[in-house]
Design a binder for this molecule. Structure first.
Ligand SMILES: [Zn+2]
Length: 128
């Protein structure tokens, strides 16, 4: 099993510029930011603060740590690789990216809600 990030509506509205267009509970990854948001997590595009849904190809600013029983690291790599290819990111190293995503949350307990700010993923504070 792996512990990974999935989309959640929890804590939406904590920041004024939150958004949640993903399907609740779908796996997410962190896409490279575009020019508009490269240096600004509160940029006009929103990708600098977003997690991207592997299934919906939409995005959310909130994700939650979840242990996924029955999904191996290799399964996770395959799902990520397939989604990256569908979205035109086929040249990215899915295996390295998968390990990076899994490392990000390895030490966080299930149910921890996190946000993304450019190069960082933070635990959201001050929320139930
Ligand atoms: Zn963008």
């Amino acid at each position: 099993m792996v512990k990974a990030l999935v989309a959640t509506a929890r804590t939406q509205g904590f920041r004024d510029n939150d958004y949640h267009w993903c399907v609740e509970g779908e796996l997410v990854w962190i896409a490279p930011p575009c020019r508009a948001d490269r240096h600004d997590p509160d940029g006009a595009c929103g990708c600098g603060r977003g997690f991207a849904g592997l299934s919906s190809h939409r995005a959310t600013t909130t994700a939650v740590v979840r242990t996924l029983d029955g999904i191996s690291r290799q399964d996770f790599v395959m799902v990520l690789d397939a989604s990256l290819t569908e979205q035109g990111y086929g040249s990215l190293d899915a295996e390295g990216l998968a390990d990076h995503l899994l490392d990000l949350v390895a030490d966080l307990p299930d149910g921890t809600v996190v946000e993304h700010r450019l190069d960082y993923v933070h635990v959201r504070q001050g929320v139930p």
